[in-house]
Design a protein around this ligand. Structure first.
Ligand SMILES: *Cc1c(COP(=O)(O)O)cnc(C)c1O
Length: 430
């Protein structure tokens, strides 16, 4: 007998039978435990804000919140999600380069902790909206720093970007605190990149952002109530990559934080994290519909693919690299064959894995793409070929919960309107 993958005692075949495939499966213990370990290891004055962008499910947000996460949101729906998940407005920040009037108004009306402002034009707009409400807006400035630190998957800093205000422009501008009567500047934010897998760049970023924050605050005449050091902590997905070592990171970054915290005892210190918190907890589960060969290669054609998991195509690389994958219903069997794992879309790009080592695959097998809890369906073309959003299932305390229903045909058609083309067609024929 071969054994199957179990999550907190629940077998994968039963879960797949109950909820149908394809679906995302989340391990609530991993999710909460990861944040707890992070908070216990990093300096205690560091507050962790969960970037909902990485996984905006309301139950995921609520679970992380229950383990001490605050929220960083970038759209109206993310804001309402965080509030619905129980995050206090005083623990929510709103960030993003293109905030609409409606979004900024919602920030003020909910009195969230901070709007992270990304341009001078946005400052003008916030000031106006605050004036109209007779309130003072709390605003942190996002800076596009001149420095860049190597070692992240996507590097920010030192490049033309739509994000934040260039360091040079900010330091050359006339004093901002005096210019906007309805804004209280409270802090500085910088985000240096994502998928950072080395400890040193994170430490270096933090050190430099602290320095930048002090210079910006001094130049513009405000007290540093908050400094957001970004984050970008990565997860190893591909061969040759290694996960960050939290203990190594802590040993290096905690003294930097300690030193700053001692000089600024009343300043909130913030790290914003998405991928690091959610990626490990999630598995994308698809069922194999057919197996076939083509020109000597084996193909497992599954019921879900890149329409739900675009990242599996291979993030930021020209060479296809595979996420970790397993046949979940036979995890003990030796992975002795090479397989292409593909989905239902009519495009060759719909390839979850190329030359993946798997045991002999059969129709009906459940293939799991692991480390997939971040940037899954919401970062994928879920409407391509109208398959819609997959189900999401959270296992917590030994029980499973449906935390998002899969889209049904009626859901997908409900927002379309059938225009009465018949009458025009009849005219045309006549
Ligand atoms: C995307 C993003 C995050 C989250 O990034 P992760 O790499 O998932 O932690 C945080 N801050 C900003 C400004 C972002 O754009």
């Amino acid at each position: 007998m071969t054994s199957e993958f179990e999550l907190q005692g629940l077998g994968i075949s039963e879960l797949a039978g109950e909820y149908g495939t394809p679906f995302y499966l989340y391990d609530g213990e991993e999710l909460g435990g990861r944040l707890t370990r992070l908070r216990a290891t990093l300096h205690p004055s560091l507050e962790v804000f969960f970037s909902l962008k990485s996984n905006p499910n309301v139950s995921i947000c609520a679970l992380l919140h229950a383990h001490g996460a605050r929220a960083e949101v970038s759209s109206m729906v993310e804001l309402v999600t965080a509030l619905t998940a129980g995050v206090a407005p005083s623990d929510i920040m709103f960030l993003g380069p293109g905030k609409s009037q409606a979004e900024l108004s919602a920030c003020l009306d909910h009195d969230i902790y901070a709007i992270i402002c990304e341009s001078f034009g946005e400052l003008d707009r916030i000031d106006e909206l605050a004036a109209a409400r007779g309130v003072t807006a709390r605003v942190a400035l996002r800076v596009n720093p001149e420095f860049a630190v190597k070692g992240s998957g996507l590097t920010m800093g030192g490049k033309p970007r739509q994000f934040g205000i260039d360091e040079a422009q900010l330091l050359a501008a006339e004093e901002l605190a005096a210019r906007y009567p309805n804004i209280r500047l409270i802090g500085v934010q910088a985000y240096m990149g994502t998928r950072i897998l080395k400890e040193d760049p994170v430490v270096e970023n933090t050190f430099r952002i602290f320095d930048l924050a002090e210079r910006v605050a001094a130049r513009h005449g405000f007290a540093l109530e908050m400094v957001d050091i970004g984050g970008g902590l990565g997860i190893a997905y591909f061969e040759g990559e290694d996960d960050l070592d939290l203990d190594v990171l802590a040993a290096k970054i905690n003294p930097v934080i300690e030193e700053f915290a001692n000089r600024h005892p009343d300043t909130r210190l913030v790290m914003e994290l998405g991928r690091y918190l959610t990626a490990m907890s999630g598995t994308y589960v698809t069922r194999v519909e057919y197996v076939k060969t083509s020109l000597g290669e084996r193909f497992a054609v599954a019921d879900g693919g890149t329409n739900h998991h675009m990242a599996a195509v291979g993030i930021g690389s020209f060479v296809k690299r595979n996420f970790p994958m397993r046949v979940l219903n036979r995890i003990d069997e030796e992975a002795r064959e090479s397989w292409y794992v593909t989905g239902p879309l009519c495009t060759p790009n719909d390839t979850l894995g190329k030359k993946v080592a798997l045991p002999p695959v059969q129709p009906g097998d459940l293939i799991g793409v692991e480390r997939s809890g971040a940037y899954g369906p919401t970062a994928s073309p879920v409407f391509f070929l109208s398959h819609g959003y997959p189900a999401e299932v959270l296992v917590h305390g030994g029980r499973s919960y449906l935390i998002r229903e899969r889209d049904q045909t009626t859901d997908l058609l409900a927002r379309q309107h059938l225009h009465d083309v018949a009458s025009y067609a009849a005219d045309a024929v006549r």
